[in-house]
Design a protein around this ligand. Structure first.
Ligand code: ADP
Length: 380
């Protein structure tokens, strides 16, 4: 999704892809085949580029450190920043040292340490593998150390966190240039389903302006403290008394920012390119009072293009994004966005479009097609 913005700005992009069937490889003009964890492949790419950036966080730090040390290319975000999005323990240690709000947490190097931590957290906790997790993989709510028996010996201690009784999840996105210029998008509300982001409302409803500003300031402070270049998403928990705690960081365009592609003057993919290329940042003002983004998570229907045609016929006001991925149950295969003034109507329309594309056969009716995400019921 960076490619359309790159075309508009005439920024030539070379994509490193493992397989020619990957989404980006299918649409990019210039593709190199190779793995993101193969030092030779990443270094060969870097040698042809001015700036190396990412659409996921799994490139090993040592490869990037070598590229920086040898001056092969600018790496943005740099490995010293990126490690906080790659390793949740490194992130917790650093944010805590900086005084940024986190859930109560500890490290457990073995089952006995985890049992002790569980005792201190009331018998139940969230256990995470520090590296390699995504979309809820590597995150378990446990009440017995035996429930993560398969995670020991996979490298280093596990992260143990209190089970935060959050009322909702928020996300604050900022973009930052190498010199420190930064902008903050409106804080959004995200709803997860089975650990996967499902629905985003921008801006977050019922968030008092002063608190929204404070959350934006927190995200800007984290970006500056960690010297992030590019897009940074700070995923947050909000609790009943209005406290916010940082859940995790992403240093790239993020699912909770997809609304901005259609709902803000400058979308997050263009903004990321501007930031990493050290170009002036774009205006982040929303184009409408509300934007609703709903993910298309794979179901039984294979032919998403047919579903999209149905949804577009039903509602010309929605924007459909299909990723060109094979459909597997629960896999993110696209998203829809709709912007306007009536939030409840936008939620209804976005969920109706999502069901239509994924399942088909949905008519223009109001009886329960608006999905589970518009209220508190659908929240994880
Ligand atoms: P991932 O790397 O898969 O995105 P996260 O750390 O964001 O993993 O966790 C996935 C989801 O699990 C979160 O969006 C949230 O719903 C839930 N979760 C994670 N940590 C906690 C916690 N400490 N307390 C309560 N829920 C949590």
């Amino acid at each position: 999704m960076m490619l359309p913005a790159a075309i508009e700005l005439d920024l030539p992009i070379t994509v490193l892809a493992t397989d020619p069937s990957e989404s980006a490889a299918r649409v990019a003009h210039d593709v190199r085949l190779g793995r993101h964890d193969d030092a030779d492949a990443v270094r060969a790419l870097a040698a042809t580029c001015e700036v190396l950036t990412f659409d996921h966080e799994h490139v090993p730090p040592a490869i990037l450190e070598g590229i920086v040390a040898e001056g092969l290319a600018h790496v943005r975000p740099g490995p010293h920043a990126l490690v906080h999005a790659q390793d949740k323990l490194v992130m917790r240690r650093r944010l805590t040292a900086l005084g940024h709000p986190c859930p109560r947490w500890s490290e457990a190097a073995d089952p006995a340490a985890l049992a002790t931590a569980l005792g201190e957290l009331g018998g139940r906790a969230v256990v995470k593998t520090p590296r390699g997790g995504y979309d809820g993989h590597g995150v378990r709510v446990v009440s017995d150390a035996a429930e993560v028996a398969d995670w020991w010996g996979t490298g280093g201690p596990l992260l143990v966190e209190e089970l935060v009784p959050f009322t909702r999840e928020l996300s604050a996105q900022v973009a930052r240039r190498p010199g420190g210029e930064a902008v903050a998008y409106p804080v959004v509300q995200s709803v997860q389903r089975d650990g996967v982001c499902f629905e985003v409302v921008a801006p977050a409803p019922d968030l008092e302006p002063g608190r929204a500003r404070a959350i934006q300031e927190l995200a800007l402070a984290i970006a500056a403290d960690l010297d992030v270049v590019g897009m940074l998403a700070v995923e947050l928990f909000e609790t009943a008394d209005g406290t916010v705690l940082v859940n995790e960081l992403a240093m790239r365009p993020h699912n909770t920012g997809h609304w901005s592609m259609d709902g803000a003057v400058t979308g997050q993919f263009e903004q990321h390119l501007r930031a990493v290329r050290d170009l002036p940042l774009g205006d982040v003002t929303p184009l409408a009072p509300w934007a609703v983004m709903v993910n298309l998570l794979g179901g039984t229907r294979e032919d998403l293009a047919a579903g999209a045609a149905e949804a577009m016929a039903l509602d010309p006001g929605i924007t459909v994004h299909l990723y060109g991925k094979g459909v597997r149950p629960g896999r993110k295969v696209g998203h829809v966005t709709v912007i306007g003034a009536d939030r409840e109507d936008l939620l209804r329309r976005a969920h109706r479009a999502e069901r239509t594309i994924i399942e088909g056969g949905i008519q223009d009716r109001n009886d329960g097609v608006d999905g589970s995400g518009s209220g508190t019921d659908g929240r994880a």
